[in-house]
Design a protein around this ligand. Structure first.
Ligand code: 4AD
Ligand code: MG
Length: 464
């Protein structure tokens, strides 16, 4: 791997094999060529020096273009040029795959628009940008599992196909096994979609939370990490129809414990990233969003600000004239992205945890506070992106939960197993969901979360 060569794991003088894709080729007047080859293992490509006396120099080497795949053998030597510690003095270069038509190769080495990259989602991992994002995504996922493992959490694999609407927001994709040529019908003649899944209703999960709660109330500390689906038609830079979510759940815990966990977890992930991928983070810091790395370094050593929703509203109301918000702010409204960004970016300058939201704008499972008008909910808002975490203490009292389910007009029979958890050894418990793509966008400074998932699913997104 090129990473090992560039990081000094192989001594100079050694015979090496480099397998990868050509990024650039430059021919020197002195009669040799420099070929930059990348293989995804690290940010930098390695420089290969191809001397004129290679048997295929004229016929092949001089025809290499960006995207060709090659197998290079040669000696690892100290580089005379600036910019790289070592290079490979090639003794043979085998062209494994040519690029059909270099003029129309979609990833020619230049700055491409994000739209162009998205339209070529199958080739965009060859770019610096998507390569770096891919390494960050991998690192954050691995660090997530490492963090929870170290803390004694169990990873629970919650189902993708489910009957329950975890958020009660009706944003679910239907899963159907019905024979649409001859579907079951209601009395009024309409298709009976409640028969969808072999005679039952079924959807793609919007969150693993309800299932993970069941395991929490037996295993104490658990989390789920997997794809979730929202059939919301929001064509924004922070919404996907298919996204990944990390959802920890802790027993014998309240909202403050939940906020502590969220803060500790986020700092762990970001610190790990800064330590593990300095070259990638340097690239984001310089070329994607100036200062994004410095911002994170500061964050790892600081404490997140925490404030009540009521206080947040007071701050926003005060700022409203100057900021010219598109959406009006009064106590009771849900915070819009512009409000979230104002609070974290301008008011506090780092992530802020907003707690205790009005009950009327939040999900049925959140624990009611004694004031009767708020619930023990929290959102972590981050500069540049807004909400990256949503969580709460859960309603552990069956009577209060039942009243809420009824009040919201949710089908009580769908939640019978969830209600059981309150009937048999209930305890205070809490958890949250971290939007994995929003975290990556925050950590890299990338503006649109469609860049941080390999094949984005969003309204009108390209189809792969
Ligand atoms: O706030 P949400 O809807 O909370 C839940 O789903 C809870 N059940 C989580 C829990 O308590 N276990 O979603 C959690 C996070 C959001 O803060 C956001 O970061 C992300 O998931 N998210 C999305 N990310 C991308 N595209 C979407 N359409 C998203 N919807 C939510
Ligand atoms: Mg939310």
């Amino acid at each position: 791997m090129i990473k090992g060569l560039l990081e000094g794991q192989t001594p100079t003088g050694a015979e090496v094999l480099v397998e990868g894709w050509v990024r650039t080729r430059r021919d020197s007047k002195a009669g040799f060529s420099f070929i930059n080859v990348h293989d995804g293992s690290c940010f930098d490509a390695i420089q290969v020096v191809a001397p004129r006396d290679l048997a295929n120099y004229n016929d092949e080497i001089l025809k290499l273009t960006a995207g060709c795949s090659v197998e290079v053998r040669g000696e690892l030597v100290e580089s005379k040029g600036k910019g790289q510690p070592v290079e490979v003095q090639a003794t043979s270069i085998k062209v494994v795959g040519w690029v059909d038509d270099p003029d129309t190769y979609p990833m020619a080495p230049k700055r491409h628009s994000m739209e162009h990259l998205r339209a070529n989602a199958h080739l965009r991992p060859r770019t610096n940008l998507i390569g770096a994002i891919t390494r960050v995504r991998h690192r954050l996922a691995m660090a997530t599992h490492r963090y929870f493992d170290e803390q004694g959490f169990y990873w629970i694999h919650t189902p993708i196909i489910t009957a329950s609407d975890a958020e009660g927001a009706g944003e679910m994709f239907r899963v159907s096994t019905l024979d649409m040529a001859n579907p079951p019908r209601l009395e009024n003649g309409e298709v009976d979609f409640s028969q969808d899944f072999f005679g039952r209703e079924a959807h793609l999960t919007v969150s693993g939370q309800l299932n993970v709660e069941a395991y929490c109330l037996a295993m104490s500390k658990v989390y789920t990490f997997g794809p979730t689906f929202r059939a919301e038609n929001s064509n924004t830079s922070r919404h996907l129809a298919e996204f990944w979510m990390v959802e920890p759940e802790i027993a014998f815990a309240d909202l403050n414990d939940d906020a502590d966990l969220a803060e500790d977890f986020l700092k762990y992930l970001l610190k790990d990233l800064l330590d593990a991928l300095p070259a990638d983070m340097d690239f984001f810091n310089q070329f994607v969003k100036k200062g994004v790395r410095d911002r994170m370094e500061a964050l790892v050593d600081s404490n997140f600000e925490r404030m009540d929703y009521t206080e947040a509203i007071a701050i926003l109301e005060k700022a409203a004239d100057k900021e010219k918000f598109e959406f009006p702010v009064t106590w009771g409204v849900d915070l819009q992205s512009e409000h979230e960004r104002f609070l974290s970016e301008k008011h506090v300058g780092k992530p802020v945890v907003v707690m205790n939201y009005p009950r009327d704008i939040k999900a049925f499972y959140m624990r009611q506070n004694d004031d009767g008008r708020t619930v023990a909910a929290m959102d972590v808002l981050a500069p540049g992106i807004g909400e990256i975490i949503g969580g709460s203490q859960r309603e552990e009292r069956l009577d209060v939960l039942d009243a809420r389910i009824e009040e919201m007009g949710l089908p009580k029979e769908n939640y019978s197993w969830y209600r059981d958890l309150r009937r048999y050894g209930t305890v205070p418990h809490a958890g949250f969901g971290l939007g994995f793509e929003r975290l990556i966008a925050y950590a890299t400074g990338v503006e649109n979360i469609r860049e941080v998932i390999p094949f984005p699913r969003a309204p009108r997104s390209a189809d792969f």
